[in-house]
Design a protein around this ligand. Sequence first.
Ligand SMILES: O=C1C[C@@](O)(C(=O)O)C[C@@H](O)[C@@H]1O
Length: 318
Amino acid sequence: MRPARAFAALPAIKPSKNAPNRFTTAVDQGTTSHCKGKAFSSMSVSALAAVPKKPPVPTSKIFFILHTCQNAAFVLVRIHSGYSNAFGGTVAEVALGSVSLGGETTKIIIPVSDLEQVGQAVGAGGDIFEIRADLAGALTSQLASRLAPFGPLLLTLRSTAEGGACAEGEYAGRVRELLSLQPQAIDVEIARPEAAVLIEAAHRAGVVVFGSFHSFSATPPVDQVLARLIRASEAGADVCKIAVMPQHAQDVLTLLEALARARQQIDRPLIGIAMGKLGQISRLAGPQFGNCATFATAGPASAPGQMDAVLVRKVLGN
Ligand SMILES: O=C1C[C@@](O)(C(=O)O)C[C@@H](O)[C@@H]1O
């Protein structure tokens, strides 16, 4: 069993060691001036003066050549730095107590919805425990106090519209109640009209927000998956999450492609899941594809395709 962790009160968002795009900018600038230097040194005044019989090269032509050289080098370096940056956008790490999301390892989140599951979840060594409040109902606060000594808590209320058991009209009020349990993190469904006020309320309470989207019927096209993650980040979510249901292998690739592209555009930790057996590979994709965490089971699964937490940890090598 992994050692128990203290229950830290407030989460904090740590600035990244590497600021976004700084690498690209530095390389671009470096090469641009390198190109400029080379061009000027190969065009000395004496060299031009050594051919007096030819008509002098017009200044505008010289500038045109210099400009072309500079642009060509600039484009080459953009291509080169694109390779270097593949899957390598930088992320501002988010701390849930002592657990940091967005670094080099994918953290394991174990969903729990009844008291019997507590021992299993702790024994399996989850990094974070998710209490599915829509399934746990009145047991939620008891579960929170039992699990709190063993790791940070993510409280989630999944609405019926997104595959859970919480009635639409109760969603906002119950999310506010969950905040009073002082978890490290809370899930907010970004598609809900109350999302903005709930995110603000969570931040005021010092709680990290997982902004989420779920589709249990299909996988939207790449651009739409990407747009949803961007929308979560623009809405102020600290961690942006999407779970889709693949119908065939291409849908799993769609999810992974969107995730890899999101990694280039969003400077926050991401979670992308293709649910069901078909999508299981996405749950093991790890930080290389931008996944900061994966949901895995100790006892009953909270969504199709979740795998055993101990097995997942072995595969991820955490
Ligand atoms: O958002 C998610 C992801 C999830 O749906 C999954 O597919 O593992 C499981 C849910 O409990 C959790 O809230």
